[in-house]
Write a protein that binds this ligand. Structure first.
Ligand code: ATP
Ligand code: MG
Length: 386
């Protein structure tokens, strides 16, 4: 098959976090070699890959070594410098491409892409100068001020109710280029993970419903308890269109808000597998990481089938500090007694509040049963009920 990179070849990944680690697991299962570039000697993916190049993302020698070892290269975090992807692309096929990643790295470019695609997003305005700050439309308040670049897990975001609060928030963000979005009346949040091949084939995971706490994903449920068929169809079509319009190759996650009146608004996208898709490893016959391997190697893209219903709980660093200041392991032995529990830990040496240490997927024949066991696990671990 033309362009197919067969098992036995080595796949490269920029970034060594948990997403890279699960990509490496999927690639190794299919018989590929793996190489990770990440400056951290103890990076979760670096610990499990065949090769770990310990270098900065813009280190010329490191990038050359990555290209020499890899038949093709992908990325596992969206803030990988676009210049690094361009350097790599001159030596090896890279997917997703630097242009698509650059759009996802900048909230203003991302919103412009949504508008071009005709998909509704939150009313917003760029705040990059004192003039723009002064002339901001009052209809955008109350709103959320977000840094245009480098935000994740709710970092670089602040809710603002008045012009004074807006000015203070922008100051607190050191006048970095920002986007002000109107605060929307969200009924619930969903995301759609699509995979697209170089030939333009597109498949998607079943839609997942996400609960955020403090700006960080806390719980994902599949199937979505609240979604209606029209919302399901609209979000899947929008996500596929958003990917195709960037000529995207690889796995892309698109996050949506469903508003109180049932309308759908696109929030943001990530040019890689996503935390909300982790359940697919245990609950689907093709996971988001399998799709990443397939899209990258030119293997056929199979539409994933949900064989179990699932609840995913994120395991954040605070669970290691339930007894106060001293770090202690959560009660895994008790949790592992629960039927349908799949424990995933990312191999991070030390816990910190807000740090994603792992996740737990509970699979069952139906969502009610998965929820029941997930609520037991949550109570054992000290995670609030959902
Ligand atoms: P991540 O990369 O982890 O998904 P992020 O830091 O890029 O997060 P967003 O997805 O923009 O942040 O926002 C995080 C959460 O904040 C959203 O999932 C939603 O719960 C809330 N939020 C963001 N924008 C709005 C909005 N315009 N109106 C209401 N709530 C919002
Ligand atoms: Mg988000």
């Amino acid at each position: 098959m033309k362009g197919f990179i067969a098992p036995g070849a080595t796949l490269g990944v920029m970034g060594g976090g948990q997403l890279g680690r699960m990509f490496v697991h999927a690639a190794q299962q299919m018989g590929y070699g793996t190489v990770v570039l990440d400056p951290d000697p103890a990076s979760p993916a670096g610990l499990v890959a065949h090769h770990h190049i310990q270098a900065d993302y813009l280190d010329q020698q490191g990038l050359t070594q990555l290209a020499q070892l890899s038949a093709t290269i992908t990325t596992e975090f969206e803030n990988v410098p676009a210049a690094a992807l361009r350097t790599l692309a001159a030596m090896r096929p890279v997917a997703p491409g630097a242009e698509a990643v650059a759009i996802c790295q900048d909230r203003a470019a991302e919103k412009a892409h949504f508008v071009r695609c005709g998909v509704a997003c939150a009313p917003h305005a760029s705040i990059e100068s004192p003039q723009q700050l002064a002339s901001v439309d009052a209809a955008l308040l109350p709103g959320i001020l977000k840094t245009a670049r480098l935000g994740y897990d709710g970092k670089g975001q602040q809710r603002v109710d008045t012009r004074d609060e807006l000015a203070a928030a922008w100051s607190a963000l050191n006048h970095a280029p920002c986007l002000l979005e109107r605060l929307l009346p969200i009924a619930y949040e969903v995301s759609v993970i699509v995979a697209r091949s170089a030939a333009g084939e597109v498949v998607h995971l079943p839609l997942q419903q996400n609960l955020h706490r403090g700006g960080i994903l806390a719980v994902t449920q599949v199937p979505s308890p609240d979604v209606t068929l029209p919302v399901q169809q609209r979000t899947a079509e929008a996500a596929e269109h958003i990917a195709a319009a960037m000529d995207y190759v690889g796995v892309l996650c698109v996050e949506f808000f469903v508003l109180a009146d049932g309308s759908v608004v696109v929030n943001e996208m990530a040019p890689r597998p996503h935390n909300s898709g982790h359940y697919s490893v245990d609950a689907c016959d093709v996971s988001q990481f399998d799709l990443q391997v397939r899209a990258l190697t030119g293997a056929p893209l199979l539409a994933p089938r949900l064989h179990s219903e699932a609840v995913m709980l994120n395991l954040l660093g605070e669970l290691w500090f339930r007894d106060g200041e001293r770090e202690s392991a959560p009660p895994w032995h008790e949790v592992l007694k629960l039927p349908g529990v799949h424990l995933h830990l990312y191999g991070k040496a030390s816990a910190r509040r807000g740090r994603k240490m792992g996740h737990l997927t509970v699979t069952a024949a139906n969502l009610a049963q998965a929820r029941e066991q997930a609520l037991r696990a949550a109570s054992l671990l000290g995670i609030d009920a959902f």
